[in-house]
Ligand binder design. Structure first.
Ligand SMILES: O=C[C@H](O)[C@@H](O)CC(=O)C(=O)O
Ligand SMILES: [Zn+2]
Length: 277
């Protein structure tokens, strides 16, 4: 499992494009028939993907790296399917997961297996796992069960719907907060005006993009911004001190996942537009 370490904002000021991408962009997700995982030392996320085509895929990593007897011994995981129909088995229970649906699996579940319903149109499971201290029930939510917020407007090119899946009042967890945001056609901006939340970090996955499209993801301190050019189905690690916002060459959908001190979705420090540099 690849390791990503933590960067100090004063060091990041000096990073060139290559170094920024090495530290913060995950380009290599969604390899067929493989569990891809990246271990971030930012809030100890494990970010990964499973695309079962010719075989089912088990959730397993080198256990030496997490110092546990099985993946979820001291962790929880949120899974979103961004591909064709599939299912996820959590010990003896099986959950059908259609596109944009979410499954939370709590601490203590020993065997997690990813399956596609049709290998011609495989499921694409995206996962974010964080350390956990207590077993919350394994639970699925479709888009109908999400807590929704409709934000923005076409005038600002940022009309979008936030679907909150894993958070207090939705699917309960120890620290993971997770959902997806869908931009309306003709809207390209997410999370602008932007914010930080030094109390929590975040991981973004951009998807539903044409192959030749790009999202310019903005990061960095509010007065020291940088960008990453992100392609379809790539993820960005957003440290607690960084803004996280983007503009695409087309509309897109993204998955956001957070971890840290609290699970209060609205606990953000807004950055005034005039203060951005
Ligand atoms: O802290 C919250 C996260 O940055 C995202 O949920 C924001 C988002 O999806 C949006 O504004 O569209
Ligand atoms: Zn945020």
């Amino acid at each position: 499992m690849e390791n990503r370490y933590v960067s100090h904002p004063n060091d990041v000021k000096k990073f060139d494009t290559t170094r920024l991408r090495e530290e913060f962009l995950i380009e290599s997700l969604f390899t067929p028939d493989q569990l891809v995982t990246v271990y971030s030392h930012v809030d100890r996320y494990i970010v990964g993907s499973a695309v079962p085509v010719s075989q089912d895929i088990k959730l397993e990593v080198d256990l030496k790296q997490i110092g546990a007897d099985f993946f979820l011994e001291r962790r929880e995981v949120g899974i979103i399917n961004v591909g064709g129909a599939g299912s996820v088995t959590a010990d003896s229970e099986s959950f059908e997961l259609g596109v944009n649906e979410c499954l939370y699996i709590g601490l203590g579940v020993k065997d997690v297996v990813f399956k596609s319903s049709d290998s011609a149109s495989p499921a694409k499971f995206y996962l974010v796992s964080t350390p956990a201290h207590k077993a919350y029930p394994t639970k699925k939510a479709g888009q109908g069960e999400a807590i929704k917020a409709h934000l923005g407007s076409i005038d600002s090119s940022n009309e979008r719907t936030i679907n909150k899946y894993i958070l207090p009042g939705g699917i309960e967890s120890c620290q993971l907060v997770m959902g997806i945001t869908e931009l309306e056609p003709g809207n390209m901006w997410n999370t602008m005006p932007c914010h930080t939340h030094n109390r929590r970090s975040e991981v973004y996955l951009y998807f539903n993009m044409p192959e030749d499209a790009a999202v310019f993801h903005f990061m960095g301190e509010p007065q020291e911004t940088r960008h990453l050019v992100v392609r379809n189905e790539q993820a960005v690690i957003s440290p607690s001190w960084s803004i996280h916002s983007g503009v695409g060459t087309n509309n897109y959908t993204f998955c956001w996942a957070m971890a840290g001190e609290n699970q209060v979705f609205d606990d953000m420090d807004a950055v005034a537009m005039k203060d951005l540099k």
